[in-house]
Design a protein around this ligand. Structure first.
Ligand code: LHQ
Length: 276
């Protein structure tokens, strides 16, 4: 695993421990939140590093992204110590506007799949950032906590959007009002995540899944993401129109031609992910 290049490598101290690790693979990148002693809670520094890494991942050479956490936790949301250091009253809305909302928007808008491997507890914004990703795998020992209620806050980072849509209103309400942990297995049963995986198998499975996604028709997957992102706010008529427009675009990609040719020739497809 390598640290990010100088402009995105940020560190907690002069000892230079990067708060985010970026490992480049063949066509995909693995981003590891790296503040294990704080269960990878978000500081401004971590937000900045993650934002730059996701911007770098927008390059067409990168065809999938994996996000995970170092140590025993995935992410405990906002670093509450970081906020406590601030002088004077805090404007939490400004923090959300500057960091959390752009992060959720970056993940959703990225024109390639974002896989999240939840290796341990995901609390507060840490849970909701995971739910913003396209495919979520979680270690069987991991749990998800809408921790906001315990400190008098409102679920953010898209939680009030994603949860009711993923698990329905009754479960979303209780999870948010009670801040009760949900195990990875229950999260899978409820449709909150894609899959719970044995702890020791998590990273291997998440890497294999991401590598496989990086070999797929990237433009088609990007357009599929776009359709799904729009679905929550559209009526059927508008969604049908959008599907027509996106299919028109997909039909013009080299990977559509390759997919059909491979099918006809009864051979595996070799997708390039190129736009044209
Ligand atoms: C932490 C944290 C943490 C600092 C564990 N901060 N140190 C947006 C905009 C602006 C402001 C506010 O918020 C937001 C969005 C949010 O995310 S609000 C929600 C913030 N997160 C939380 O309220 C979760 C706080 N953490 C916990 O409830 C527990 O740590 C969980 C349930 C996640 C894990 O519990 P345990 O497995 O028992 O671990 P632990 O509590 O012993 O934590 C291990 C260490 O990590 C510990 O430090 P220490 O020096 O005692 O070993 C904790 O203080 C530290 N830590 N979360 N958010």
């Amino acid at each position: 695993m390598v640290a990010l290049q100088a402009d995105t490598l940020t560190s907690e101290s002069a000892a230079a421990v990067p708060v985010l690790l970026a490992a480049q693979h063949d066509g995909w990148v693995e981003l590891t939140l790296n503040r294990p002693e704080r269960l990878n809670a978000f500081t401004e520094e971590l937000h900045r590093a993650l934002a730059s890494a996701l911007d770098a991942a927008a390059d067409d050479a990168c065809r999938a992204v994996l996000i995970t956490g170092a140590g025993r936790g995935f992410c405990a949301g906002q670093d509450l110590g970081d906020r406590a250091k601030a002088e004077g009253p805090l404007d939490l809305g400004a923090t959300i506007e500057a960091f959390y909302n752009p992060l959720v928007r970056r993940i959703r808008a990225l024109r390639k799949p974002v896989v999240c491997a939840v290796n341990g507890v995901a609390a507060g914004a840490g849970a909701n950032i995971a739910f913003a990703c396209d495919i979520v795998l979680a270690a069987r020992s991991a749990k998800f906590i809408q921790a906001f209620a315990k400190i008098g806050l409102v679920p953010d980072s898209g939680g009030t959007f994603f949860l009711p849509r993923l698990v329905g209103d009754a479960r979303a309400r209780a999870l948010m009002l009670l801040a009760e942990p949900v195990s990875a297995e229950r999260a899978e049963q409820w449709g909150l995540i894609w899959k719970a995986v044995d702890d020791t198998a998590l990273l291997g499975e998440a890497r294999a899944l991401t590598a496989n996604l990086a070999s797929q028709p990237t433009q088609g997957l990007a357009l599929t993401k776009q359709a799904l992102n729009a679905s929550a706010g559209n009526a059927l008529d508008a969604q049908l129109d959008l599907e027509r427009d996106l299919q028109r675009e997909a039909g013009r990609t080299p990977d559509y031609r390759e997919g059909v040719a491979a099918f006809m020739e009864k051979r595996p497809a070799r997708f390039s992910g190129r736009r044209a």
